[in-house]
Design a protein around this ligand. Structure first.
Ligand code: SF4
Ligand code: SF4
Length: 113
């Protein structure tokens, strides 16, 4: 190592430091459905979305611009006067487990069991 390199930070000395990057959070929402036949293009859902997930297309109807940014708050769904938008949230693993247990307990055994 040269003497002038002694006081340099690893980055200055040309070392690339691998930093632990936080894992990007997955959106709690699986999909957002916009039922075009019921939508009148009022734009309320777009205006109320706090994360700019929704935008208006050239025809004046909303579309999902950035699903990953959606927090699943449900404001768009609640505010739509025509029930034209639905937010489908991901189920948590423990919810799936509970449903499976419930189904198993309700199952009627086959004749041979
Ligand atoms: S659920 Fe919330 S964040 Fe997601 S699109 Fe609707 S208003 Fe926006
Ligand atoms: S609030 Fe409902 S009717 Fe209005 S643009 Fe959004 S989805 Fe369409």
């Amino acid at each position: 190592m040269k003497p002038e390199e002694v006081n340099q930070s690893p980055e200055e000395a040309g070392e690339i430091r691998q930093q632990e990057q936080p894992k990007p959070k997955r959106s709690p929402v699986r999909k957002i459905d916009i039922f075009r036949a019921w939508c009148k293009g009022c734009g309320i859902c777009v205006a109320f979305c706090p994360r700019e997930v929704l935008a208006i297309d050239e025809a004046g109807y909303p579309y999902v611009k950035d699903l990953d940014a959606c927090t699943g708050c449900g404001w768009c769904e609640i505010r739509c006067p025509d029930f034209a938008i639905t937010v489908e949230r991901r189920r948590k693993r423990r919810e799936i487990g509970r449903e499976d247990e419930k189904k198993a307990s309700q199952r009627i055994p086959d004749a041979g069991e």
